[in-house]
Design a protein around this ligand. Sequence first.
Ligand SMILES: [Fe+2]
Length: 437
Amino acid sequence: MARLVFLLLIACLAACAHDYHRAAVNSVPTQIPDRIVLNWSGDPATAASVTWRTDTHITKAEGQIAEADASPNFVTWAKREEARTEKWTRNGYAAHFHSVTFEGLKPNTHYAYRVGSGKIWSSWYQFRTASAKPDSFTFIYFGDAQNNLLALWARTIRTAMLDAPDADFIIHAGDLVNKPNRDSEWQEWFKAGDWIHAKIPSIPTPGNHEYDKDAGKRRLSTLWRPHFTLPENGPTGLAETTYYTDYQGARIISLNSNERIEDQTPWLEQVLATNPNPWTFVTFHHPVYSASKGRDNKDLREAWKPLFDKYAVDMVLQGHDHTYARGHNIGNGVTVRDTTKGTVYVVSVSGPKQSDLRKDRWMTRGAENTQLYQVISVSGNTLHYRAMTAVGELYDAFDLVKQQGEPNTLIERGPGSPERRKNKNTLEKRDDDDKVY
Ligand SMILES: [Fe+2]
């Protein structure tokens, strides 16, 4: 008996420790639309896609869209678009995911949309279509959110939104959640961002934690494709994970670093070779240059880095290592980092899980034990980059200036503050966090 009580006590302590940093969430779907997320699956100047969730009572749903006006009368000229609906089930639990793509929109124009059916509707959400030609823009980039999303990631996305309220889109560089098919974690992710997800288009790329083992094979979360409506212009079988979008003079490319690396290489080359835009950003989860102990992604580096060099990709935005590192290209056969030329590589982390930084020669600036977001603004031939902590402090910054026929010039703008490293208050890494790499 004493042994049983002891075991129960240990089990309770383990459970309490595990849940200590999680916020409570109710993930049961209702007839009211939730998990509303704005994406681009077509041309951001003329189209926008919305995805949302309800319970299975809602079998027919629609989106409505109108050119927004300061008068609330804009609702009277809204157009209707019937939704596509798919059912998601797991362990006897079901939901309907609905999506619409609004097309034929005017460039550089404010629109308002809502989603729902019958008498049950969402809020009207406003967004602006892209300009049809190159123009200034700003975006936010997040490394891994992954754990304790509502408790501890929410503050990062909320601070980022207040810092960059004019952001045109958000890049999520993988590991949005920890357990890919655990519905409550996705509920946390959506609740943490709430209306931000519905208003600012998301460009997500999958991380290893968006993959689950199923019959010995790693498979993309069954919730990834129902949750997002993304371009299907990638290699066959990698729809909505490998894709690109052109936005106001920039090509933004998502690669899937979890599977079929080699299959994506010719597609990547073709997308880079035919890129008419002056700016190029590539995002994927596993970094070309690692920033944590015991990690290296040699296959990926050998496959893709020569193309980043050849086509002068401006920035590569990554996650996975749960540290911060920003630095430069190391050229073929070049052993000394050249801080003024070539692609800028960033590894970052927005959630609470933190690992040890492994200093390496490619890094200009690093951090550990720090939740961060990045704000990147492009105007003409200049890019301004800021890495900000979750409490809104400037941690790293630089400008990139395009030079005709030459590599970009990088101008450091950082605060010169000491490098952030772990201290005695660092949360212990929990052992269920990261079993799959
Ligand atoms: Fe990861």
